[in-house]
Design a protein around this ligand. Structure first.
Ligand SMILES: NC(=O)c1ccc[n+]([C@@H]2O[C@H](COP(=O)([O-])OP(=O)(O)OC[C@H]3O[C@@H](n4cnc5c(N)ncnc54)[C@H](OP(=O)(O)O)[C@@H]3O)[C@@H](O)[C@H]2O)c1
Length: 329
């Protein structure tokens, strides 16, 4: 343990930053110092609005600053790998938004840059740190539902704004990279293995990105994941984990609140609820995990190997949908 406090910088003025700012302020070993934007005036205005000490007029200026230890990358998907690598090479630790990268080779390049720089990098899948997720995983590991045979889930919401980065094919938008990544990550985590085969179907809108997607993943001989995701349905999320001897239903798997209920039983007419308490701030877990990794040398909860496998599964699903046939992962 050390008393050092990590000094954080937000790399961009993205909308998602507002989820990180309160936990950075609430976490005793982390402190928010700066924000960077491509536009100096935007950085200044953002720093004033959110009461942030330093405004950097370019991303490069933040990376060159000796006053920043950790960079939070909240750029559009296509830019994640490039700026994660630049930040690592500048000696910064990095918490990068999901997806960490949109090519497997880029995850490998990130791993090489992190090893060379001796810095920590982790993908910001906040739900993985929440007590609800840890509880579901431990129930499965204790054999509470037998062998996991199926993980089924969804993450959708309505998006019509064509100017949103999620609708931009050149920035690797699309619903699988944006929200499908969650049920895929959840299924891999709970099945505890990696998929070997993928089959996907998609609706590609005028935007040129998948605006709705239905996917199946096969894990070995006898375990499957199925999910749907997209921008063309109301906000909904859920997961169901079906084992040989029971099932667990998780109504809010990806954005759990401070008090959640999950349902577990031998059959769907025998479910009992379990109440799980979590932090008031959902994103607190990921910033504290970074402090544990950087200051105490703990392994980040989300390893690069884990992120790489998620990226590989997504790429296989997208390829399958394009080719109209199942493909190996
Ligand atoms: N974990 C979660 O719960 C969660 C939730 C939402 C989003 N996310 C992730 O966070 C990332 C950002 O999403 P968001 O919705 O917050 O994005 P956003 O509001 O559109 O912000 C993206 C930021 O990136 C910067 N940028 C740099 N190059 C850009 C370009 N060519 N086009 C547009 N913006 C550019 C801009 O900042 P400057 O102009 O200041 O440079 C912009 O403010 C995505 O990867 C998304 O998957 C995660």
């Amino acid at each position: 343990m050390t008393n050092r406090i990590l000094r954080w910088g937000l790399l961009s003025t993205a909308r998602i930053n507002r989820s990180l700012i309160p936990p950075l302020r609430a976490s005793p070993r982390n402190r928010l110092i700066g924000v960077a934007s491509r536009d100096p005036a935007k950085a200044e205005a953002y720093a004033r609005e959110w009461n942030i000490e330093r405004a950097f007029g370019s991303y490069e200026a933040m990376l060159a600053s000796p006053d920043i230890d950790v960079v939070y990358i909240s750029l559009p998907n296509r830019l994640h790998a490039e700026w994660t690598i630049k930040a690592l090479r500048a000696g910064k630790h990095v918490l990068c938004e999901k997806p960490l990268a949109t090519r497997v080779e880029d995850v490998d390049a990130i791993a090489a840059a992190a090893a060379e720089a001796g810095r920590v990098v982790a993908e910001a899948f906040m739900y993985r740190h929440h007590p609800q997720t840890l509880r579901v995983k431990s129930l499965i590991e204790r054999g509470a539902i037998g062998e996991v045979r199926l993980a089924r889930g969804a993450f959708t919401f309505t998006l019509t704004d064509r100017a949103n980065v999620r609708m931009n094919a050149d920035l690797d938008g699309g619903s699988v990279w944006d929200v499908g990544c969650y049920p895929i990550s959840y299924a891999r985590t709970m099945i505890g293995a990696e998929p070997v085969e993928a089959f996907g179907m998609q609706f590609v809108g005028p935007s040129g990105v998948d605006e709705a997607f239905i996917g199946t993943l096969r894990f070995g001989e006898d375990a499957y994941a199925q999910f749907d995701c997209g921008f063309r349905a109301p906000f909904r999320m859920h997961m169901e984990i079906v084992g040989s001897e029971g099932l667990i239903v998780i109504p809010r798997p990806f954005k759990p609140t401070a008090l959640e209920a999950i349902y577990i039983g031998k059959a769907s007419d025998q479910l009992e609820s379990l109440t799980i308490e979590g932090p008031d701030l959902l994103y607190l877990g990921e910033v504290e995990d970074m402090a544990n990794a950087i200051l105490d040398g703990a392994a980040p909860r989300i390893s690069l190997r884990d992120s790489r496998a998620n990226v590989a599964a997504i790429l296989a699903l997208l390829r399958s949908a394009r080719e109209g046939r199942p493909v190996p992962v």
